[in-house]
Write a protein that binds this ligand. Sequence first.
Ligand code: FAD
Length: 506
Amino acid sequence: MPASTVSRLVIVGGGTAGWMSAAFLSSLFPSRQLSLTVVESAEIGTIGVGEATIPPIQVFNRAAGIDEAAFLRATEGTYKLGIEFVDWLRPGHRYMHPFGQPGQAINGASFHAWWLRLRAAGYPHPLSDFWMSEVLARKNRFDFPSTDPRTPKSGLAYAYHFDAGLYAQFLRQIAESRGVRRIEATVANVALDGADGTVSHLDLADGRRVEGDFFIDCTGFRALLIGQALGQGYEDWSHYLPANRAVAVPSQRVAPPVPYTSATARTAGWQWRINLRHRTGNGYVYVSDLISDDEAAATLLANLDAPVLDDPRFLRFTTGRRRSRHKNVLAVGLSSGFLEPLESTSIHFIQHALIKFAATFPLAKDDPVSAGIFNRIMAEELEQVRDFLVFHYHANQRVGEPLWDRARAMPIPDSLAEKMALFRARGFAIFPNQTLFQEPNWLAVMLGQGLEPQAYDPLTDGAPLEEVRSGFDAMRRTIAQVADGCRPHEAFLDDGAAAVMARARA
Ligand code: FAD
């Protein structure tokens, strides 16, 4: 008896989610065990604007058997060390959410607790001076993290910016080379088995029929299988995150690409800027009640630093989620829900779903026990990230602008209120180990958004202040020197393959 009776898996949709699913699953399951088919429509386009990622994507790429240098070349990719938030607290203010962490814990207290103690005594240097990812990003330099805890490079972490369309093509080549079958056609009907309500097959518009034991719905916002065929409803989170439109436009590259994403607050939302090797990605995420599409496009175009390369593209969405695994269907990508791209988390949720799906792979077509666990894990992760995004809006001082006034006044989830209270009381940001955004992530954004702790960790009171101060001063100098010794980001990209190989040998 095989461990699972699922041997034919059909992926519907050939966007980022569809091809990530195919590349990942084909690296885990040999084709003799699991046959994989991707059905993608030439008539229905992809969203194709997911360009910024977060560090866990490296785990996914490795698991999918992807070579970093080849991937960066194929996708016009750049490195990413964090996200800069401009004007979010108030106009004229900026801060960064850098990846990685500042310093190491000392005597049981986190690094930032020592810094808070110093600051309470008048220490003038910001925490960002001790955050290697931010120091490098600000100097437009790059290097890989080190496993040696004695160097500040051990605190680095990185992700990528890339062209999402090229990423899907790259993944498609990998998946097809491993035997994944591709069918180009539009699905006209999703047929259910009358006996148990599972999906039995797909009827294609050209008359063909595709059968499978299990189906992955990667049809984007259409949610053709999970929503339309299986009727899984959508939980709307617009009351927390009201942005519901975006307008995106690529522009010419004008300067060497910086290794961070920019998010600039605007009256009705915020504007992203993502440096790729061959162009710059730009977009304005906005609330349609507060600004018309034409005004949003005009604002975006007025805030570019180079000529556009295409017409602006308008996108609509509703923030929220749905139960993404039901019967013999798993929804991956936009079909499972959407959180605005403020912290670049959508592609992460694709990989998270795939990794958790593999860990709870269905033992039979309909495996409600595995599905139940999977759905709980996804729901918890999404809620944690939702809280993180809500916090960016809620903790603002942009007085007199309806979006921002409302965000300050809105009721927030209890889970977020608790995190804020803890941080305000004593500068802690402790969270369950399993969640995506951990203490350093919240710390950067909480301090950046002006949330001030009223006390510092008593564990830091044991050491003489002068000793702590001179230790910090020395560390600050070392970090600046090490950063100055790293290569410019673009030079690093130019010989990326050599650098990746050197790292593999180190
Ligand atoms: P889509 O790209 O919509 O693909 C759907 C696929 O389904 C297509 O291939 C289509 O042909 C196929 N299809 C649909 N119906 C049928 C049918 N009947 N028959 C056959 N095929 C069908 N994510 C990030 O991680 N970082 C970002 O910076 C980021 N920025 C974003 C900005 C905006 C404004 C938006 C809206 C999203 C952003 N995302 C970002 C999210 C990211 O774009 C998506 O997560 C990603 O593109 C996955 O999309 P998808 O594959 O689920 O859907």
